[in-house]
Unconditional design. Structure first.
Ligand SMILES: [Zn+2]
Length: 221
């Protein structure tokens, strides 16, 4: 079809629409600053500030996890949980636990998207390792943020993936954005940015740079 056969009143809006779409696709990442992490909150019902009705704790072994670990040459039941599982209905809103920036968005990581947020800490706060920054990891989401985006405490960063029985958020608070620097999987020799979510029986998750999420949040409200 030759362009001159398309009437102007069709062509011009088409061109404008085309330009708009291109602009939207190349939309720059939001760079407004949200400030330092000066308070931490829960990933669900952040305003209520209540711990969830039930959840799977940090640094526990779960005898029901009989599947084989991809990272360690054993069943997951033998491993120690590096984070906390917060059980909620599929589709529940997941909130950023503090001000920060999305440093990694890994789509389709082990049932849903993985998000890592960097939290530069307010003056006077530091991790047990003396760092003035800490990272939070969220697994099993349908994400609603982009890599590089600034997020404010309480902002919705995604929704829980709807599963038949046990939709949950796996939340970690940790020293490293990229777990590849601290942990190599013994079974495969591989390293994963997201990390294996569980660590071996011999050492605590803390020794790999994982903090207790509940304790960290409650002592930094
Ligand atoms: Zn978990």
């Amino acid at each position: 079809m030759r362009l001159r056969k398309i009437p102007f009143f069709v062509l011009v809006p088409l061109l404008l629409l085309g330009l708009g779409l291109i602009q939207q696709q190349n939309r720059p990442v939001v760079t407004r600053s949200v400030g330092l992490a000066d308070a931490f909150d829960f990933p669900f019902e952040p305003d209520g500030g209540e711990r969830p009705p039930w959840y799977a704790s940090y640094d526990v072994q779960n005898p029901y996890l009989t599947s084989h670990s991809r990272c360690y040459d054993t069943t997951v039941s033998q491993l120690r949980h590096a984070g906390e599982d917060w059980f909620r209905p599929g589709g529940s809103e997941v909130h950023a636990i503090a001000n920060g920036r999305v440093v990694y968005l890994v789509p389709d990581w082990d049932h849903g998207d993985a998000i890592v947020i960097e939290h530069p800490l307010k003056e006077g706060w530091q991790t047990p390792w003396g760092d003035e920054v800490v990272y939070s990891l969220y697994l099993h989401l349908d994400s609603e943020v982009q890599e590089g985006e600034q997020v404010a405490r309480g902002q919705v960063i995604g929704h829980l993936q709807p599963w038949e029985y046990n939709s949950h958020l796996h939340l970690e608070i940790r020293r490293y954005a990229d777990m590849a620097v601290a942990l190599r999987c013994p079974a495969s020799g591989k390293t994963w940015l997201v990390g294996p979510s569980y660590v071996d029986e011999a050492k605590s998750p803390y020794s790999y740079g994982y903090l207790n999420p509940q304790e960290w949040i409650e002592s930094h409200r």
